[in-house]
Design a binder for this molecule. Structure first.
Ligand code: SF4
Ligand code: SF4
Length: 307
């Protein structure tokens, strides 16, 4: 815990998610990786050193929202283990990872009790990518962490081309005591848009309109810039600010956007909030100037079980 004399940066209480993208580097090359730019180029950002991440994240007043360290592969950041160690002293920390880092160093340096907590999902969430590595390979790594006392979940995306393998993996993992869960595919595949979205024409694939849009997430790029949504983050569009700005720029203020139609599925899908209540949508979009959109947020709110 920091002494009270050290100033904190507070996020709005309405925020539902805090994502620190430590790096977009990753040793794997999944065909459906959302971090790839058009033409297959890999997304790159200048990367903050570990001290800058630790200073910013430990001073953040999060109102109890966990800080999710992710990428790319966050374990590829040179100070990854130190960041996990230090930030987890101040806040609940989640990891989205494919475990492509030195697990021996990790279990030696990080106390599992700093990461483990009561929650409906594991704090270390590992992706299984059948086109990049075998089930046996990733299961051994998950079990290694579990045996060291960490709570780990393994996740597979129900991509149509991998459906059978993911279901096979689920059965084997559940048998071996691994918390395996499936995730729906989001986005386009073979001309079909997968996922349930609050604004159906928002990820049609072409810029088709303007709108006002407000977020509910703190999205920090590897270089410390803050982004209003995943589309702006992944395309290196104008950030709303930087972690060094005081006070922190807010993403929850409606701002005009001319990219409606190119939205990232993560931002407009209807999902659980951090309390696992269904019906949450990250972005609140209004004043859409375009062709008819099928659902408006107010309709979603009136038909969902919880907000
Ligand atoms: S493991 Fe994740 S970040 Fe790496 S290439 Fe695959 S989808 Fe992208
Ligand atoms: S309309 Fe889409 S692209 Fe524009 S800010 Fe909102 S979520 Fe991002």
């Amino acid at each position: 815990m920091r002494p009270p004399s050290i100033p904190t940066n507070a996020i709005p209480e309405s925020y539902n998610y805090i994502a620190a993208f430590l790096t977009f580097r990753c040793p794997f090359h999944c065909s459906f990786c959302i971090n790839k730019l058009q033409g297959g180029l890999v997304l790159t950002y200048h990367e903050l050193p570990g001290d800058a991440w630790i200073d910013f994240l430990t001073r953040l007043d999060t109102h109890g929202v966990p800080i999710t360290l992710q990428g790319g592969e966050p374990g590829n950041h040179p100070d990854f283990i130190r960041i996990v160690k230090e930030v987890s002293q101040a806040h609940p920390v989640d990891l989205l990872t494919n475990l492509a880092f030195n697990l021996n160093d990790f279990v030696r340096e990080v106390d599992p009790e700093r990461l483990n907590r009561e929650a409906p999902y594991a704090p270390i969430r590992v992706s299984y990518h059948p086109e990049q590595f075998t089930l046996d390979f990733i299961m051994k790594r998950v079990l290694f962490l579990q045996d060291a006392g960490f709570r780990v979940g393994l996740y597979g995306v129900l991509h149509p081309d991998q459906h059978d393998e993911i279901m096979r993996a689920r059965d084997i993992c559940l048998d071996r005591g691994i918390d395996f869960r499936t995730k729906p595919l989001l986005g386009w595949h073979n001309g079909t848009l997968y996922g349930d979205y609050a604004y159906e024409d928002a990820c049609g694939g072409s810029a088709i309109g303007t709108c006002d849009c407000a977020g509910s997430e703190l999205l920090v790029a590897p270089d410390g810039t803050l982004h209003r949504c995943h589309h702006f983050l992944y395309n290196k569009l104008a950030p709303i600010g930087h972690i060094h700005d005081t006070p922190l720029p807010r993403a929850d203020i409606p701002r005009p956007c001319a990219h409606y139609g190119l939205c990232n599925p993560c931002d407009i899908k209807i999902k659980n909030n951090r309390f696992q209540q269904f019906g949450h949508v990250a972005m609140q979009i209004s004043n859409i100037q375009t062709a008819t959109h099928l659902f408006h947020i107010s309709e979603v709110a009136s038909t969902s079980t919880a907000q």
